[in-house]
Structure formats: C-alpha cells, structure tokens
Design a protein around this ligand. Structure first.
Ligand SMILES: NC(=O)c1ccc[n+]([C@@H]2O[C@H](COP(=O)([O-])OP(=O)(O)OC[C@H]3O[C@@H](n4cnc5c(N)ncnc54)[C@H](OP(=O)(O)O)[C@@H]3O)[C@@H](O)[C@H]2O)c1
Length: 232
C-alpha cells in the first residue's frame, strides 16, 4: 500500500523539491500551503493540495483529524522577515512565532497520535543554521532554535515509536534568499567551501533520507547542511 506524506509549504522552494522526490518514490502526497496558483503538480493524481494558513493554530487539530493516516510529516513551511530587533512590528513577531514554531509543534502533536497508535512514523523539521549560530533576524533565529529543541524533546517523549529529526540548512536558493540583504549574502558566500548557496534539491534529498531510509538510530538530532560554514 502506498504511504502518505504531509508536506507543509510543499508548493514552492524546498517543499516543491520534496514533493518531486516523494512523487519519484510513489507516495501519496498532501501538500499544505496558502497559494497553489503556480503549483506545477496541482492536478497530479498522487497529490492532494490543501489551502490552509498555518497561523490558524486553533484549526490544526480539526484539519489533521480529517486527513486519515499520515506516515510521514515534514514541517517545512516557514517565513523570515530579516527585520532588526528594534524595529519589528508586533504582528510580524506573532505570525512568525505561529508559523515557524507553534504550527510545527501542533502538527507534531496531532499527527503523532495515529503514528503512536500504529507504532511507527517519521517526522522531519526544517529548521535552519539560524537556530544554531544566532541570526540578525532575532525572531527567526529564536523560532528555528526552538524547532531544533522541540525535535529533541519529542524524540524523548515518543521513544522508539517515531523517528523525528531536523535539518539546519544554511542559505538556500529559494525566494527566501531574496529577503537576505545583499551584503549578508556576499559575506556568507565567503564562509562556504563551494562558494555557492545550497540548492533546494540538496536540502530536500537530505530530508527525504531522514523521512524514509535513514537508520532508526539517527533520532532526535539535527543534520547540518551548511557546506563548512559552521564546522563543529
Ligand atoms: N531558503 C533558505 O535560505 C533557508 C535556509 C534554511 C532554512 N530554510 C527553511 O526552509 C523552509 C522552506 O523555505 P524555502 O526556502 O523553501 O522558502 P519559500 O520558497 O519562501 O517557501 C516557504 C513556504 O512556506 C509556505 N508558507 C508561508 N507562510 C505560510 C502560512 N502562513 N501557512 C502555510 N504555509 C505557509 C509557503 O507557501 P504559501 O506562501 O503559498 O503559503 C511556501 O511553501 C522554511 O522553514 C525555511 O525557514 C530556508
């Protein structure tokens, strides 16, 4: 029987590459995002699209209960504003906290119920190097550090029933890259071995590995995808 993966933000950027990879692996794919106008797989028989704003935390439980069994959850949707800490509008702080940390945690809580019942499941959280090294967008860094920590906490709570990991990519060639100021992008490129940004498919392939065939002993961790920019 075909397995089902739920990918948040699977309509573009890294999420689109995730959808492409899971199609190749013959999964049923549920893509959750707000805008599917330009989504290249919107009529694909293996893909269900759900228009949903993940900042509606109170609606997440109802949504998940309507979805049936999910074998893999990928918390990928996220936002970065690149605003200075002392000029950060309250509504932006609120929406970032909701989308980048509250929604993934709520989705983990809800999706894991059936995974625990059936005794298996995998979850991958798309965090960021921003959550490891400190970041000029303070609130973005805080949410991504929180997501890495939530990954560890949930792995202990779930025991060996669910494999849950995170990834921490450095800047990736998606629309999000446009939000990073030019000087920071140029400075960053000097720190990476290959002198280029990551490609979305490189991040997607790592996530898919963690979501499908990585050894179960890799659990509760965060995989760096930063090409030497944060050696440790
Ligand atoms: N690009 C990078 O440099 C980079 C580096 C490290 C980590 N990451 C992380 O990777 C993940 C994917 O980012 P990306 O680079 O692929 O960025 P992207 O191309 O901007 O994609 C962001 C995704 O999130 C969805 N999204 C945004 N707001 C949403 C909302 N309120 N409700 C539901 N979905 C929402 C978007 O779809 P809609 O707009 O249609 O809703 C889109 O699918 C993010 O968590 C990001 O923090 C990115």
């Amino acid at each position: 029987m075909k397995k089902t993966v739920l990918i948040t933000g699977g309509n573009k950027g890294i999420g689109l590459e995730l959808a492409r990879e899971f199609l190749r692996l013959d999964y049923n794919i549920i893509v959750l995002a707000r805008d599917f106008h330009n989504f290249e797989f919107k009529n694909h028989p293996s893909i269900t699209t759900i228009s949903f704003d993940l900042t509606n935390i109170g609606e997440i439980a109802k949504l998940v209960s309507s979805l049936g069994t999910i074998d893999i959850l990928i918390n990928n949707a996220g936002v970065m504003y690149s605003l200075p800490y002392n000029n950060y509008p309250d509504d932006k702080i609120e929406s970032m906290l909701k989308l980048n940390i509250e929604a993934p945690v709520k989705l983990i809580e809800e999706v894991s119920k059936k995974m625990i019942e059936k005794g298996n499941g995998r979850i991958v959280n798309n965090a960021s190097i921003a959550g490891q090294i400190g970041h000029p967008d303070i609130w973005y860094g805080i949410t991504k550090a929180g997501l890495i920590n939530a990954t560890k906490s949930f792995s202990k709570i779930f025991g060996d029933k669910i494999v849950i990991n995170a990834v921490a990519p450095s800047p990736v060639e998606t629309e999000m890259l446009d939000v990073i100021p030019k000087e920071r992008r140029e400075a960053f490129l000097k720190t990476v071995i290959s002198k280029r940004f990551a490609k979305p498919e490189e991040v997607a392939k790592t996530i898919v590995w963690l979501a499908t065939e990585s050894p179960e002993y890799i659990n509760g961790t965060c995989i760096d995808i930063n090409n030497g920019s944060f050696p440790r």
